[in-house]
Ligand binder design. Structure first.
Ligand code: ATP
Ligand code: MG
Length: 500
């Protein structure tokens, strides 16, 4: 196989701290290389160097035989390297066509040549067997369709190397299958893909080789078929992880949160359920089932149209999230950038954001106390940061997620609403987060956990309610909690009875 990319002895430091230590990476024509490793291992940083977004302190990059200096993203794109970022950020008002031609509009006598653009757009989408009308606004596309448009765009630049950073973290299983089909199509056309993911179980389906990083070092490079998931995990975390789902001796007692006939038009309908102290209640469902809207309404980010919420046997009437916080409810949100964190502030400021008032001394911020609490949390959650003063925007994706957790745990809530708490989190840290949730419920707290990874709910929940298209379609308990049972309740049935 032809070697098309070599990264040699790449070193990178941020403010004097080295995060990549002489890293090598080879890529062959038409292959999928899986790049895996713990949160903060250096995967995204290495890819940013390849994209010309960051500059290495040492090392060489070769494309084919030729050494290249990738000092800006435009140059990387020019040389055939494109990246599908995890957080897709297209301009919502633009059409698919406008988005594809942004910055390189075709002109005809000084005017945008819409006809030619529309024709090419159709052709490019068609090459990937996509049936998205070119005039659709980006805001009307699903996450998966947006991703497909971004892939189309990347390919239209004649890219030979495509980097995908956690592309399946926010799409449904059917969409994942579609993405894999497209990846296979790209491979056949000789395009090489570097694929970053924390979902190790999907790698055998697409990866040809797998490269494991830990703490800025390459630990192993292997043929995918010759490497078991267990070996990969061991290389990632440096120790054996016997069980990601630790045992839990919790005692489920009285109702602590009751939701009665809650409605929000267009989001969910007539939702009724009870969460008990000491309980881990899962909410399963496909993307778009209304789960995120439900928990954000309980937490009063949005107001319901009708229905009741009861806490500790008392009807509550929240007007804003701070009312919910006063009742000792916490919401660990799905979209950490939007609702969870201020990226320009440091770890300590973010972690203590909700409790600053409580720890203030005579109305002044009690910084030493805040610093102590933040340090404790960094230790407890193994947050990888140079110090509690590091800007959150500079942490790796998974470590940002942990800071969101820290912030809400510090409010010492009795009821925790977790929306995809382990998205983007590595296997080792997942086990730690489940351990932490176990400790909470063993101390009488209650946890409501939304997760799109059914395996996870099977592994940890005492009971699972399933939602489909805004309604609760059923509930499973104990032994009944299996992926098959959940899937059967989560899938919308279309008219001829087959699963959609
Ligand atoms: N701009 C920056 N300033 C300071 N430190 C940074 C910066 N960017 C990254 N780092 C640090 O570099 C290390 C590697 O981060 P990186 O984002 O590459 O990890 P990752 O492997 O992609 O993790 P994840 O799986 O969580 O996305 C981390 O310790 C991170 O805090
Ligand atoms: Mg990353």
């Amino acid at each position: 196989m032809k070697n098309i990319l070599q990264m040699q002895d790449i070193c990178k430091s941020f403010s004097g701290v080295e995060v990549l230590h002489s890293v090598n990476l080879d890529l062959y024509e038409g292959e999928v290389l899986a790049l895996v490793g713990e949160n903060g291992a250096g995967k995204s940083t290495l890819m940013k160097i390849l994209m010309g977004i960051e500059q290495p302190n040492a090392g060489k990059i070769f494309l084919g035989e030729e050494e290249v200096k990738l000092d800006n993203p435009a140059k990387a794109l020019d040389l055939g390297i494109a990246m599908i970022h995890q957080e897709l950020a297209p301009i919502p008002e633009m059409t698919v066509e406008e988005n594809l031609f942004i910055g390189r509009e075709l002109s005809h006598f000084g005017f945008v040549d819409s006809r030619k653009q529309a024709q090419l757009t159709k052709e490019w989408l068609g090459n990937l067997n996509l049936r998205i009308p070119p005039t659709t606004k980006m805001q009307d596309l699903s996450i998966s369709q947006t991703q497909m448009v971004e892939i189309t765009k990347a390919i239209s630049y004649n890219s030979k190397i495509l980097i995908m950073d956690e592309p399946t973290s926010a799409i449904t299983e059917a969409e994942v299958r579609h993405l894999f089909e497209i990846i296979n199509l790209l491979k056949k056309n000789g395009i090489s893909i570097i694929y970053i993911s924390h979902k190790l179980q999907e790698l055998p389906f697409i990866a040809d080789r797998v490269q494991v990083m830990r703490d800025g070092h390459i630990i192993s490079v292997a043929i995918m078929a010759e490497k078991s998931e267990r070996q990969i995990v061991r290389d990632m975390v440096g120790r054996e992880i016997s069980n990601i789902y630790p045992k839990c001796d919790n005692n489920i007692t009285e109702p602590i949160l009751e939701v009665k006939h809650l409605n929000k038009k267009g989001e969910f309908e007539d939702v009724t359920f009870t969460l008990h102290a000491g309980e881990k209640l899962g909410i399963a469902g496909l993307m778009g089932a209304g789960r995120t809207e439900l928990v954000s309404t309980i937490f009063c980010v949005n107001r319901p149209d009708s229905g009741e919420v009861w806490v500790d046997g008392e009807k509550v009437n929240f007007r804003k999230p701070s009312d919910a916080i006063k009742k000792k409810i916490a919401l660990v949100p799905e979209d950490r950038k939007l609702m969870g964190l201020n990226l320009a502030m440091n770890v300590q400021e973010n972690a203590t954001m909700c409790i600053d008032k409580n720890i203030a001394k005579f109305y002044f911020l009690n910084n030493p106390k805040g610093s102590l609490l933040a340090k404790e949390m960094v230790k407890k959650l193994s947050i990888k940061a140079h110090s509690t003063k590091q800007e959150v925007g500079n942490l790796s994706g998974g470590n940002q997620q942990k800071v969101v957790l820290a912030k809400w745990l510090l409010t010492e809530p009795d009821i925790l609403l977790f929306d995809e708490p382990t998205r983007g989190i590595d296997v080792g840290a997942k086990a730690e987060i489940f351990e932490l949730i176990n400790n909470l419920v063993m101390n009488g707290k209650a946890a409501l956990i939304i997760s799109s990874e059914m395996q996870e709910l099977v592994g940890i929940a005492d009971r699972v309610i399933v939602m489909c298209e805004g309604k609760i379609t059923g509930e499973v308990k104990g032994e009944e909690i299996t992926q098959e049972n959940i899937m059967a309740l989560a899938s919308p049935k279309n008219k001829n009875g087959s699963i959609n």
